[in-house]
Design a protein around this ligand. Structure first.
Ligand code: HEM
Length: 395
């Protein structure tokens, strides 16, 4: 079949769970760079093999700025957060990244490990005071990263339900009409503007104060960039982390022998986190990139101005890189996955995310070895990522 003529609608139909999407495997095999139609009606190139995905994420000719600013192809017609760190290309991107990278370094994340372990223990204390069943999302996988991000930013304990509603809107591909997404981001912007004003009046030793100082003293950050930073930090630092943690626990409980293995040997947890991140196809879309010049990728010619979707969760199952990729092997040694991205926009919070995922799973397997699924999870739908909305458990 002539690839250029086959235009499939993307994203592909939703499937509950995080197991490999058969559509991705078929494309890696037969059409690794293929034209698809986005919900906006715009065409884009869907990229599914590891080597090609890495190129898109690493090479400067694939631009985030062109995918978020001015006219151009879009996933849908909603806010693209054009002033955020995720919308900037180097060298502008480097200025923004330098502002937050020190507070999220590996050393700082390790320094937070003890407090995060304590927090995980306290949340489990709370669960153990209840009847022996609960929704793990409400009682554990959401409150943990919510508390961590609030402490990091130096904000009061934010309203999780409200943040969830905004996060859902930010991640919506088809879940919400475009107008509702725009309204949600407007609401979030208003809320964060008030939060920034309160913090300005009472600065502290926290990340939000650092960003405000960069805005007010050095003029290294515009007001719009400051608010966009807060949105991305909340979306990644809270929303993505909460979603991934719930997804990881789901994968473990889905086959109790996986959970039991970690209960017998909790030292496997750090490696298991990496394998669970690799295996779980949470990301079923991607932040678009736009080609700034004609370029050949996977044998296909991409023209200047065309959109590209680097599908990291497909790359994480590329047979050329990972032997038996569809096998979830918790003892697999250091799988080099792309769950935190690659290149300039590689997740700046990856080390903090890892510490949270490791301490959360370690606390669960040590404290609740009898934990089991108590019914099917409910799944979020129509978003750029897949994640459980609820995880009914018993112990
Ligand atoms: C398991 C949890 C997490 C996952 C899977 C994750 C994943 C990612 C990915 C894939 C990207 C790159 C997106 C792209 O290239 O289009 C990214 C960027 C980012 N993440 Fe995370 N993230 C997580 C947790 C966090 C945390 C805890 C924070 C901060 C507290 C954070 C803050 C950010 C920021 C600020 C960026 C933009 C970086 C840049 O543009 O240079 N993330 N994340």
């Amino acid at each position: 079949m002539n690839q250029a003529e086959e235009i499939r609608a993307f994203p592909f139909p939703h499937r509950d769970g995080l197991d490999p999407m058969p559509e991705f495997a078929e494309l890696r095999q037969n059409a690794p760079v293929i034209r698809v139609r986005l919900p906006s009606g715009d065409p884009a190139w869907l990229v599914t093999r590891h080597a090609d995905v890495r190129r898109v994420l690493a090479e400067p000719c694939f631009s985030r700025a062109r995918a978020t600013r001015g006219e151009g192809p879009r996933i849908n017609r909603t806010t693209t957060l054009p002033e955020s760190i995720l919308a900037a290309d180097p060298p502008e991107h480097s200025r923004l990244r330098r502002l937050v990278a020190p507070a999220l370094s590996g050393r700082r994340a390790e320094a937070m490990r003890g407090g995060i372990a304590l927090l995980a223990g306290q949340l489990l204390d709370g669960m153990e005071r209840r009847p022996r069943h609960a929704d793990l999302v409400a009682h554990f996988t959401r409150p943990l990263p919510l508390t961590v991000i609030c402490d990091l930013l130096g904000t009061p304990r934010l309203d999780g339900d409200q943040l969830d509603a905004w996060n859902d809107a930010l991640r919506s591909v088809t879940a919400l009409p475009d107008a509702e997404v725009i309204a949600a981001v407007d609401d979030m912007t208003g809320y964060l503007t008030d939060l920034v004003a309160a913090k300005r009046a009472r600065p502290g030793d926290d990340m939000l104060s650092v960003l405000i100082a960069a805005r007010d003293e050095g003029d290294r950050l515009s007001e719009g960039e400051l608010i966009s930073f807060c949105i991305v930090l909340l979306a990644g630092g809270y929303g993505t982390t909460a979603d991934r943690l719930a997804g990881l626990v789901h994968l473990l409980l889905d086959r109790p022998e996986r959970y039991e293995l970690l209960c017998r040997d909790p030292e496997l947890v750090p490696a298991a986190v990496e394998e669970l991140l690799r295996y779980g196809q949470a990301t079923v879309g991607a932040n678009l990139r736009v080609a700034t010049r004609d370029v050949v990728l996977g044998g296909v010619e991409i023209k200047e101005g065309e959109a590209v979707i680097p599908l990291t969760s497909s790359a994480n199952h590329d047979e050329d890189v990972h032997p038996a990729p569809d096998l979830l092997d918790l003892t697999r040694a250091a799988p080099a996955h792309l769950a935190f991205g690659y290149g300039a926009h590689f997740c700046v919070g990856a080390q903090l995310a890892r510490v949270q995922l490791q301490e959360a799973l370690a606390a669960l397997v040590v404290r609740l070895p009898t934990l089991r699924a108590a019914g099917p999870a409910q799944w979020k739908r129509g978003q750029i990522t897949r994640a459980p909305r609820t995880l009914p458990v018993r112990w």
